[in-house]
Ligand binder design. Sequence first.
Ligand SMILES: [Zn+2]
Length: 198
Amino acid sequence: MRHVDAAAIIDLVEQRLTASEREMYHQHLSECRECAAEYDYWWTFLSGLGPSQLKDAPEDVIDDCITIFEKPNPSPNTFQKARILLDSFIEPLPAMGLRGTIVAARQLVLRVDGLDIHLRISGKESNRTIQGQLLPLTRTALIDGAQVELRVEGQPAQFAFTDALGEFRFNDVPAGSCSFAIDLLSEGRTAHFLVQGG
Ligand SMILES: [Zn+2]
């Protein structure tokens, strides 16, 4: 069979599939290292290992991870359209609730060609904290030092830069839809996307 796509893997992690679908995918995962790694990745992410907890990994482990990543090759300047893979507002995460995790934040995963953008939006509507992480799909390149621009209509733009793990954070984000522009300097392109609602 073909590789299991990310949406199916998310359904699998969240136990939303029928027994026969589960069996079919687990069979594939047992034979395909690529999909098994993808599954592990999503399981870890959806289990609530958010950006703040990722920072708690031992320093030497982080150093090891960073050294195995490579610099990306430059690609032509292109405008990419984002696709939502997961939005906990639209699709609540039952599996997380079952594990006793309180889901007080909105979690989103967006995909722009070759890049997953994880967002966690928490806090009061008028004073939100947005944590994010950029994860290249190939996982051969971390995105360090990319400028992230956030605009909420009627407000001045806010800027943040990704750290060595591709993470960024905005504090005191006012209410309203959030328009992001991520300048992927190393790849010579910009990723634009809009997160509507709170
Ligand atoms: Zn596969």
